[in-house]
Design a protein around this ligand. Structure first.
Ligand code: S3P
Length: 409
């Protein structure tokens, strides 16, 4: 699987804020991460990219300059929200925008704390474009109502440029890459329970790091191996951070044969995953673990559709404001393939185990919906037609090629 998307965004942004040349290897091939690099270049950062090797010439936050045009984050919520945190601390006006999908997504959750730190931030009816007039920031204690790693990271990045100590608390743990990776750039971050805090004004030094394989991309290959007969997949050098691997725990509880081996753990746990054909049974995914598997719910829904009994997801209303309304898109696609299910405001309940049949299905321009339905199609009788499948490039451009490379494909 390609380098982790969440980690690649962060390494590029931290490298841009640091002093010296940051080297990133195995940088994600995702279009989303290319959007982050393009935005950083538009802010005056020198970036050289050769395939998956990226060099970021950081000259400190002071060197970031006003962009000549609106910054285009493409499809990437992480790019837009995390850069909002950085731009809040710079003394110029900038506009952050993105594609039609991103322009439908909520940004007040990041605009509000940045305003209370002293930045002037204007959204468009709560959505991008987002105009930021940054400057001198004051530290805050921010309590998030909904766990969000993007908002947490934006506030921590703004906190780095602020006077005083900023802290962010969340109701349940979201991915913690910002907290784990900032120390590799020389920044001290304190963590207790669901609160992270840091002192403003710390100087970042350049670093040399490798992005591990993307755990969320791995989820689709794991589920494919589980639901197909006589099948096994081995994934190496994959991110095994517990805030990203809750999907493996859910699959195990469903009876999946999965072996995980952690090979190193600093700054991020990394290792291998082996998964093979399994008889699956349904389970219930509740609100407390949703933040740790939010991006893997589309893949889990496919496992649920092929499992015996009931598979249920609750407390996942956030899925309605992702790259598409993922609850509606998943329910539409799976229903078209013969799955019996009930859609709810904050999730769905699948009555699994019936054979799937082929259908014409739509990705709604959402990479994870496209990959989930493609995996479901492997288990369906007949040829499934997936419309708008190119969007897989947003996170996993190699997806279809890899799927085609399997034995007997
Ligand atoms: C991400 C955080 C999550 C996730 C997204 C990547 C990140 O979003 O869905 O794909 O890299 O921080 P939220 O922070 O909005 O939950």
């Amino acid at each position: 699987v390609p380098g982790d998307k969440s980690i690649s965004h962060r390494l590029a942004i931290f490298g841009a804020l640091a002093h010296g040349e940051t080297h990133i290897s195995n940088f994600s091939s995702a279009e989303d991460c290319a959007s982050t690099l393009a935005c950083l270049r538009a802010l005056g950062v020198r970036i050289e990219r050769r395939g998956n090797e990226v060099r970021v010439g950081g000259r400190g936050p002071e060197a970031l300059g006003a962009p000549e045009a609106p910054l285009d984050a493409g499809n990437s919520g992480s790019t837009l929200r995390m850069l909002a945190g950085v731009l809040a601390g710079r003394p110029f006006r900038s506009v952050l925008t993105g594609d039609a999908s991103l322009r439908r997504r909520p940004v007040e959750r990041v605009a509000k704390p940045l305003r209370s730190m002293g930045a002037r931030v204007t959204s468009t009816d709560g959505r991008p474009p987002l105009t930021i007039e940054g400057g001198t920031l004051r530290a805050i204690d921010h309590r998030m109502e909904v766990a969000s790693a993007q908002v947490k990271s934006a506030v921590l990045l703004a906190g780095l440029l602020a006077n005083g100590r900023t802290s962010v608390s969340e109701p349940s743990p979201s991915r913690d890459h910002t907290e784990r990776l900032l120390p590799a750039f020389g920044v001290a971050v304190t963590r207790r329970d669901c609160t992270a805090s840091l002192e403003g004004g710390q100087r970042l030094r350049a670093a040399s790091l490798e992005a591990p394989g993307d755990a969320s991309s791995a989820a689709f290959l794991v589920v494919a191996a589980l639901i197909l007969g006589d099948s096994e997949v081995r994934l190496e050098n994959v991110l095994l951070n517990p805030t990203r691997t809750a999907f493996l725990d859910v699959l195990r509880a469903m009876g999946a044969r999965i072996d995980v081996e952690v090979e190193r753990s600093d700054p991020e746990p990394v290792g291998s995953i082996v998964a093979g054909s399994s008889e699956l049974r349904g389970t219930s995914v509740g609100p407390e673990i949703v933040p740790a598997l939010i991006d893997e719910i589309p893949a889990l829904a496919v496992a649920g559709a092929l499992a015996a009994g009931e598979f249920e997801v609750r407390g996942a209303a956030e899925l309605r404001v992702k790259e598409s309304d993922r609850i509606a898109a998943l329910c539409e696609g799976l229903r078209a393939m013969g799955v019996s299910l009930v859609e709810r405001e904050d999730g769905f309940r699948i009555h699994g185990g019936s054979p799937l049949h082929s259908a014409a299905v739509r990705s709604h321009g959402d990479h994870r919906i496209a990959m989930a339905l493609a995996v479901a199609a492997l288990a369906a009788r007949g040829d499934t037609q997936l419309h708008d499948a190119d969007c897989v490039g947003v996170s996993f451009p190699e997806f279809f090629e890899l799927m085609g490379a399997g034995r007997g494909a």
